[in-house]
Write a protein that binds this ligand. Structure first.
Ligand code: TYD
Ligand code: MG
Length: 453
């Protein structure tokens, strides 16, 4: 049997071991794998059959199938999926250990089994008893949910043949192995093989399949990147284990918008959908305290209000510290430089701590103005105007640039009872705010700070 060395992070292959992958640059990522002889052309063709049939079709002759979506029984989960579960789709749910992937899928499985049809839940990580114990807590009841503690993909597919479920869940792809490969479960070859087998099953039977994927410490999916290319939808489960709320985010979706967001709260009875995340993120906001600004950020098509907090203090050490959580640290450095140069607020000898309350992560440039406002407010030790929301991108010249979807953001702020909004001038003139909302347009960060303090 021939063997090759495969990079476990990108799937690149080399005839001998390498310390560093020449493709993706990962260190120490090569593992020896045995290769099967590539099948004959006919075999390969039959494996690919479900996707096409081998003949090209005129665009006009292709039927536009409007596939009906099934509800997963959890509204927030349906939203991330782009409106429900598409038949024949292969969905990957990634996330750190203990974040709640198995819990969410078990809840969805139970609801789906109750409303739509039988579900096969194949778990390679927990025994049937363990899954049942969790299920009792989640109130699965007597829905037609079939549990299978199995890691061999061929056996799982046999059970799919036997049970004929309407939904298959495989928890997790890293524990599954195929008899066709000799390498260990979780290795690049095994993961790819299992994913491909599941893909053909999904497409061939028009059966939705969910797979769980583990995430490594640096936040990328363990195993090959190819996994993300194989599946139709990639969802990431994010959140801080120290906070109760969890966020499910779509980063790839062949059937819907990406960067849609579902917000959940982990409770004693499993994950509960949070229908009004803004209210949750602002629940513990202190009033009239310096260094706190309310930002309206946009996640996918969903506006969410979060609190940006800053603390500026004299540095006791030689070099000032910048500590950020929930935001991009380089963005903060840039904004502090702008604040220094364009607004005359010098922070070179001060420690600056910035935090998005509630463990939320914001990566939108529209957060710039809120960050600056929070930092300036803490530096001057003066609270911002109460009941004020702020958003806007800041450029290097200290100008405030318009952001997308301003009316949506303003509406969300009005719904939560905010009466004043400091926004980029471009947004203030283009769209008028909701009733009872004072919209203040600003052109520079100087104007913004005047309007806010
Ligand atoms: P789990 O779904 O096992 O995580 P993953 O599959 O992503 O590794 O989530 C487990 C965590 O969730 C565990 O730490 C306990 C907590 N939990 C609750 O708080 N309430 C519940 O009802 C359940 C089922 C789990
Ligand atoms: Mg799990």
């Amino acid at each position: 049997m021939k063997s090759v060395f495969a990079c476990q992070s990108c799937g690149a292959q080399a005839p001998k071991w390498l310390g560093r992958c020449s493709d993706c640059g990962a260190w120490n990522s090569f593992v020896e794998e045995t290769v099967e002889k590539p099948g004959k052309a006919t075999e390969r063709r039959s494996a690919a059959e479900p996707l096409g049939g081998g003949k090209a079709t005129r665009y006009a002759d292709v039927d536009a199938v409007v596939s009906t979506r099934f509800s997963s029984g959890i509204s927030e989960f349906d939203r991330v999926l782009g409106g429900g579960i598409v038949p024949g789709s292969l969905v990957l749910l990634g996330g750190e250990p203990g974040i709640g992937k198995s819990t969410l899928l078990l809840q969805a499985a139970a609801a789906f089994a109750r409303d739509t049809g039988p579900v096969l839940y194949a778990s390679g990580e927990e025994s049937e008893h363990q899954v049942k114990m969790r299920g009792e807590r989640l109130g699965v009841g007597d829905a037609p949910l079939f549990l299978l503690a199995e890691t061999c993909i061929e056996r799982i597919l046999e059970e799919v043949d036997r049970v004929r479920p309407a939904l298959v869940i495989v928890d997790s792809i890293q524990t599954v192995f195929s008899l066709k490969m000799a390498s260990a479960p979780g290795s690049v070859g095994q993961v790819r093989q299992a994913a491909t087998d599941l893909l053909f099953t999904a497409k061939g039977r028009n059966l939705p399949v969910f797979v769980v994927g583990h995430v490594t410490k640096d936040g990328s999916l363990a195993g090959p990147k190819v996994l993300e290319h194989v599946v139709d939808t990639v969802l990431y489960f994010e959140g801080d284990r120290h906070h109760a709320h969890r966020v499910v985010r779509a980063v790839k979706n062949r059937f819907g918008a990406i960067s849609e967001l579902g917000v959940f709260e982990m409770t004693g009875q499993g994950l509960q959908a949070v229908l009004n995340p803004s209210a949750m993120f602002l629940a513990e906001r202190p009033e009239n305290v310096p260094g706190s600004a309310v930002l309206c950020c946009l996640e996918g098509s969903r506006p969410i209000l979060v609190e940006v907090q800053a603390l500026v203090g004299t540095s006791t050490l030689g070099n000032a510290r910048r500590t950020v959580s929930g935001l991009d640290p380089t963005r903060l450095s840039l904004l502090l430089a702008v604040l220094d140069k364009r607004a005359g607020l010098n922070l070179a000898t001060d420690d600056v701590y910035v935090n998005v309350a509630g463990g939320m992560t914001v990566d939108e440039p529209a957060a710039d103005l809120a960050i600056l406002a929070a930092v300036a407010s803490s530096l001057r030790n003066r609270p911002l105007h109460p009941n004020t929301v702020v958003f806007g991108e800041v450029g290097l010249a200290g100008e405030v640039r318009a952001t997308s979807q301003a009316p949506l953001r303003l509406r969300e702020a009005a719904q939560l009872g905010f009466t004043r909004c400091v926004v980029p001038d471009g947004n203030a003139t283009a769209g008028d705010g909701p009733k009872g909302m004072e919209v203040v347009g600003v052109r520079t960060i100087g104007e913004a700070l005047d309007a806010l303090m």
